[in-house]
Design a protein around this ligand. Structure first.
Ligand code: SF4
Length: 289
């Protein structure tokens, strides 16, 4: 079987930094314990599990907001994930006397900063994102006037009177879906300032995915809750037009899909440990022998 590895693989810089921040906090005797992770530090349950084994408490419930989750923490330290949090979550943690360990990715911080500046200058802000994603929750929590859209359809339902409009987006959106949404915004609000904030790691991975050689099957390794991983699956299916499966680990791999095919490509999300991908490639290579 021909195996094509789609690079880059391994953690993006934001994820690497977030993991290092938590590792350092665990080792540092000056950081009050217990350490709590507010939601998953990154969207990968294998990484989160490693931290749990080291005594870190994971406060997680997909039906609850970061603000609600914070109510469960009464002492020690709290880690804000790479996705960032709203100013309100920040100030509640401060009022509770918790030590804050902020692992927000610099790309997310930059979006917060831009939106704040434009709002202060009298602009209305449109933010393109994925419903119920923690990064979007953090941004939308900055100001209730931010217009949230996740599809071209949503744009048609907006009624913005202000002629000063700023548009930006979640860091891990699909480059290709984003283009359609922006086209619609330009039609209705031609003078809007549009700033694409999809991060480098997402852009490079999606472009590599779109340009991959034709294969019988593409495997994207990553967590089912990871936005950038799910977008890679979409790009492979819709843009590269290759049958694609998402798999979290070797145990999760649907081996039946490898039967009667002669080529496979492997990609992975920005929060997927490289070892998991290597294990899968190793397995496919060995089954070839
Ligand atoms: S995917 Fe992009 S925004 Fe998210 S942590 Fe990585 S570099 Fe930061």
């Amino acid at each position: 079987m021909k195996i094509q590895r789609i690079n880059p693989q391994g953690y993006c810089n934001g994820v690497k930094r977030a993991i290092e921040i938590v590792e350092n906090a665990i080792q540092n005797p000056d950081i009050p314990k217990p350490i709590h992770l507010l939601g998953q530090i990154i969207h990968n349950r294998f990484v989160v599990e490693q931290f749990r084994k080291k005594g870190v408490i994971i406060i997680e419930d997909k039906t609850k907001t970061r603000e609600e989750l914070l109510q469960q923490i009464h002492s020690g330290s709290v880690v804000f994930s790479a996705h960032g949090v709203s100013p309100n979550v920040y100030s509640i943690a401060q009022k509770k006397g918790l030590t804050i360990i902020d692992a927000t990715c610099k790309y997310v911080l930059s979006i917060h900063k831009k939106i704040k500046q434009y709002l202060e200058n009298g602009y209305s802000c449109i933010y393109i994102g994925t419903k119920n994603h923690p990064e979007c929750e953090g941004v939308l929590g900055m100001d209730s006037s931010i217009y949230f859209v996740s599809s071209s359809e949503d744009i048609k339902n907006l009624e913005i009177e202000n002629d000063k409009i700023y548009v930006t987006n979640q860091t891990t959106l699909s480059l290709y879906d984003q283009k359609d949404i922006i086209k619609e915004i330009k039609k209705i609000y031609p003078s809007a300032i549009i700033e694409d904030m999809i991060c480098n790691a997402t852009t490079i991975r999606q472009e590599a995915m779109a340009k991959q050689e034709k294969v019988d099957l593409c495997i994207v390794v990553g967590d089912k809750s990871s936005s950038n991983t799910k977008k890679l699956v979409e790009v492979s299916q819709k843009i590269a037009k290759i049958p694609t499966i998402l798999c979290e680990s070797l145990e999760d791999l649907d081996r039946d899909r490898l039967k009667n095919i002669s080529s496979v490509s492997i990609s992975s999300g920005a929060s997927t440990p490289k070892e998991i991908v290597d294990e899968i490639i190793d397995y496919i290579e060995k089954s070839n022998e």
